[in-house]
Write a protein that binds this ligand. Sequence first.
Ligand SMILES: Cc1ncc(COP(=O)(O)O)c(C=O)c1O
Length: 395
Amino acid sequence: MRPLASRMSVMSGEGALSVFAHARELERQGRSIIHLELGEPDFHPAEPVIDALHKAVKEGKDRYCRVAGVPALCEELATYLRRTRNLNISPENVVIAPGCKIALFLAMMALIEPGDEVLFPDPGFPGYPSITLGLGGVPVPFQLAERNRLQPDPDEIAAKITPRSKILITNSPGNPTGSVYTDDVQRRIAELAVKHDLYVLSDEIYARIIYRPNYLSMLTYPGMEERTLIIDGFSKSFAMTGWRLGYTVAPAHIVPALVMLAINSYTCVTEFTQYAAVEALRDRAQATPRMVKEFAQRREQFVRDLNRVPGFRCAPPEGAFYAWVNISDTGSRAEEICRIMLDDAGVAAIPGAAFGASGKDFVRFSFASSTATLQEAVERILKVSSAWQGTLARR
Ligand SMILES: Cc1ncc(COP(=O)(O)O)c(C=O)c1O
């Protein structure tokens, strides 16, 4: 048999999905598992969204439709982004995709030539380096270090820019850190992008899940209009993970390339889900703010409780729904801590190295579960923490 394409050996999977598969297997064997590994809200779309979906199906909106997305959804997105992010975009700049990840993949496919360098946050979403490598690009990580309060360091980024740098990926609020980039950091990143003629892929999938006012999109900074692609979707903000619905907001000169890639891959996104998404964006039931309020309460309780676990250290995230816990004081490796938590306590979480080398001393917990579940998770972890307390005592 002839071999697969060589790109398959350089791409990688996602730690979250492999921990999830192992946890499900333990569950199948009868174990009780608390799932804190996946980035999935434990909410479902609001009633009016479900009603809109039924209505669209009944009306026969189940056909091939406009490649870049049905006009009603592209128009509603322009209104939504003005209302929630103070952005002035045209519906013509929007390309709907079957998931934020596909939007990211195709944006990168449209831009990366073999040998092009892509700057991306480490720790960060595993797709950034994997897709870069799959397209023959060169991933160049920049650190989100604890000493920098998990913010990018523009000086480090500047030092890593070369004539081959083409794309800079930002992700605020970020997965796995939950950090929201400051205005100053974003301004300096934007200045670097303009100075070195870089495209910025601004992954804003957590933009609505934020615990402080005033979200600032990378698109709002001077000179960014012609070089910023916003990547976003409905999975997190509208609890629609399984609907597979995302979008790119791109400069006019890039839209035809994204449409060309859509024609060559998914043709168009399911028509009835797009009509339901219009209703989600209007958010008449105020489902998103209510969900975020609930996440804020969980964040407070969970971060406080995690800090009671011997050797765990966690600052409250400013956005998203992840607790990013430094475990270096346990004296054990994150992989070992996660193994003990899953095998002995039935709590699934992800070792930080799954998000890049800078994550090696951390564990990511998702707090998209009820306060009672989160409380039980910490109680279970406390019971098995003697496994690493021995190491702590000897230090
Ligand atoms: C930072 C980031 N970008 C993109 C995605 C992908 O989102 P979707 O489920 O819409 O493909 C995720 C999902 O976890 C994410 O955390």
